[in-house]
Ligand binder design. Structure first.
Ligand code: HPA
Ligand code: ZN
Length: 326
């Protein structure tokens, strides 16, 4: 059996996936047609050609524009269904997916349509593929903490179907401290906590995520490696990092996949995982991320198995469910 087939067949969980980032150009065109929306591209090829980014903000501008075709509950169900149908072929057995409600409610789309559509797509995935999933409500950090509080309030009727809150969008200039109170409120409601930190932001933002947001997981975390004291702390506490190799490459967090730190993270005792972030924009789903980084870094079977095991250990599943996956 070759390494690629081994990776595909290895049961894995995806812990860092923005569902809006799984919107493939083909579905973008279909939804634009269905909803009678003009999009500024003539073809699927033209859309893909526009996906060249030199940093996070470059990407975010195109990602938020693309999300404009998502209008109805059915659109959100179709989006989620397409993601799960795709990753069923990648050996994904569990996924914890993020959504950005503010991207939609700020356009006048009811929160109920967004979340009910996604929940319906998730239920369909369990029925069709046996894939379990959880939902993470992510706050946009370029907006105010007050807006995040309003979003948390909107989510109140669905809190039993939301596993965690997250923090994404433009990192630099929007440190975790800006959201300390809303994360405290979310934690008091029994939600788990995750936050993007150390993707473009400095190690200080990772410290803030730990000390002020009391995160259960760090999304990305790459720049933690600049601070050996922080690395030891993350390793000692068994903090999960949801690392996204192809995203790191496309957003220039690393210059070359051959320099990706995934194996260095493992060697330092960090609980790293491999994820896709925004697969439709970054050129690959979770299997592609495993295969690309395994080849670029020459990962061995043991490292690959560790990364897959970490995805369950680092999940928000119950300890019994985690044990059943290991
Ligand atoms: N970083 C920050 N915000 C995001 C990302 C990301 O990689 N993807 C979608 N929103
Ligand atoms: Zn992300």
């Amino acid at each position: 059996i070759d390494l690629d087939s081994f990776i595909t067949g290895l049961p894995k969980a995806e812990l860092h996936l923005h569902i809006e980032g799984s919107l493939e150009p083909e579905l973008m065109f279909e939804l634009a047609r269905r909803n009678g929306i003009e999009i500024p591209y003539a073809s699927v090829e033209e859309v893909r050609a526009a996906y060249a980014f030199s940093n996070l903000q470059d990407f975010l501008d195109i990602y938020y524009a693309g999300a404009d075709v998502l209008r109805t509950q059915q659109d959100f169900r179709d989006l989620a269904a397409a993601y799960f149908d795709r990753v069923a072929a990648d050996g994904v057995v569990h996924a914890e997916i993020m959504f950005d409600p503010q991207t939609h409610t700020d356009r006048g789309i009811p929160f109920a349509d967004v979340i009910e559509g996604l929940l319906s797509g998730m239920a369909g995935a369990e029925a069709r593929h046996g894939i379990t999933s959880k939902l993470i409500l992510s706050f946009l950090r370029h907006l105010s903490e007050e807006a995040a509080f309003e979003t948390l309030e909107m989510a109140e009727p669905w809190l039993d179907r939301i596993a965690a809150v997250g923090l994404d969008s433009s990192e630099v200039g929007h440190p975790p401290v800006k959201f300390a109170q809303v994360f405290e409120a979310a934690r008091a409601k029994g939600l788990k906590i995750t936050a993007h930190a150390g993707e473009e932001g400095p190690p200080e933002y990772v410290y803030q995520a730990l000390d002020l947001l009391h995160v259960d997981r760090i999304d990305h975390g790459n720049r933690s490696l600049e601070d050996p004291v922080l690395v030891d702390r993350l390793a000692d506490m068994g903090m999960t990092l949801t690392v996204c190799p192809l995203s790191n490459l496309k957003l220039c967090v690393v210059g070359d996949l051959a320099d990706h730190p995934i194996d260095r993270m493992l060697a330092l005792g960090l609980r790293a995982t491999v994820n896709s972030d925004d697969p439709a924009y970054f050129g690959g789903y979770i299997g592609d991320n495993f295969r690309a980084v395994a080849e670029a870094r020459g990962l061995d079977i043991e490292e690959i198995v560790t990364l897959a095991r970490n995805s369950f250990t680092g999940s928000f599943l119950s300890s019994e469910a985690i044990a059943a996956h290991l």
